[in-house]
Design a protein around this ligand. Structure first.
Ligand code: ADP
Ligand code: TRP
Length: 323
């Protein structure tokens, strides 16, 4: 059975882009693959510098995944920092990675281009920790959003580089990017949906907040009575991601017929989102009443993950000669 692995940072509330671009695939795949999924808290440390927020975000993310259908019997679900081998392997990779290789990474180049003064060694090194996250478990496939493609490529190059120096050790992982949701657009109608742009629809937000976020989607100024092009509309783009094909066809007809405003379309989208995420929203409230269960899931996940990670590290230590 093929092995898949992915991680998500506990860096804030999850949004529709995260769900469609990554989380939905993680949950669907657990029925067909051997799955590893972790909360990348050490990666989040590049932006979250408050212990209370880190704990809250981590718990919230675990609750989100469990509510959305992650089954801990099928997926090894754990917290990155509970498996110290991630950092050990990252250091070993650091020692064989040329600086210039990481200087070309998008996230670092973007930070430089924006002239960010508070960039850190951690941010520069982010892709190497990610390569360690991946290669420790020797997975076949890494399901991520489009923006993580380069990071998966860096992990492949890191595997090749290590193998070249120390002999065949790591197999090369493949990214898996689902095409139609590779980049979900945000409520500003321009940028990809992202916490950092503040253009998100938070799937577990209170109904009022969700409504506000949906109603804030930027549309053009075509008058109500005129026909509209659904392809150009962010409301339609988001609707398409969660609705069934008959519902999509119906909404498309309403757009093209005219007499149907963007406000109406937003109401349909809100209704659809509440329906689509209804069961998960309910389940999350239930899970919140039993936080001990969430801790137990992550503890058990870490124990299982460590078995694999420590076996890989034993091999790596022999290869590099520290054992
Ligand atoms: P954000 O940009 O909001 O900080 P993250 O970087 O934490 O999101 O992304 C978590 C996962 O969700 C990654 O696999 C990423 O590729 C995916 N993802 C994030 N935003 C989108 C989007 N707008 N469309 C598709 N996938 C996305
Ligand atoms: N960098 C990823 C993100 O921001 C999170 C992540 C960390 C990850 N380690 C990983 C994803 C390993 C896949 C595999 O979304």
């Amino acid at each position: 059975m093929k092995r898949i692995l992915s991680g998500v940072q506990p860096s804030g509330k999850i949004h529709l882009g995260n769900y469609l671009g990554a989380i939905r695939q993680h949950i669907e795949m657990q029925n067909k693959f051997e799955c590893f999924l972790f909360i990348a808290d050490l990666h989040a440390l590049t932006t979250v510098r408050d212990a209370k927020i880190m704990r809250e975000n981590t718990l919230n993310l675990a609750l989100d995944y469990l509510a959305l259908g992650l089954d801990p019997e099928k997926t090894i679900f754990f917290k990155q920092s509970d498996v110290p081998e991630h950092c050990e392997l990252a250091w070993i990779f650091d020692c064989i990675t040329p600086m210039g290789f990481l200087e070309r990474a998008h996230a670092w180049k973007d930070a430089q281009a924006k002239g960010k003064k508070d960039t850190t060694v951690g941010l520069f090194n982010y892709p190497i920790l990610m390569a360690a996250d991946i290669l420790l478990y020797q997975p076949d496939v890494i399901p991520v959003g489009q923006d993580q493609k380069q990071h998966v490529e860096i992990s492949r190059d890191t595997a090749l580089n290590f193998n070249k120096h120390f002999g065949e050790t790591f197999k090369l992982p493949e990214p898996y990017i689902k095409e139609n949701v590779a980049t979900v657009r945000g409520t500003d109608g321009v940028n990809k949906m992202s916490k950092s742009y503040g253009n998100v629809i938070e799937i577990f937000a209170e109904e009022k907040v969700l409504q506000k976020q949906v109603m804030s989607i930027v549309t053009d100024s075509t008058p109500i009575e005129s026909p509209k092009d659904p392809k150009k509309c962010t409301v339609f783009h988001l609707y398409e991601c969660v609705a069934m094909s008959t519902e999509i066809t119906n909404l498309k007809k309403k757009y093209e017929a005219g007499g149907f405003g963007y406000g109406d379309a937003k109401k349909e989208l809100l209704k659809k989102l509440l329906e689509y995420f209804g069961p998960a929203r309910k389940k999350r409230i239930e899970l919140q009443k039993n936080l001990r269960y969430v801790d137990e899931v992550l503890e058990k996940g870490a124990t299982n993950a460590r078995k694999i990670a420590s076996a890989t590290m034993a091999k790596v230590r022999r290869k590099i000669g520290t054992r």
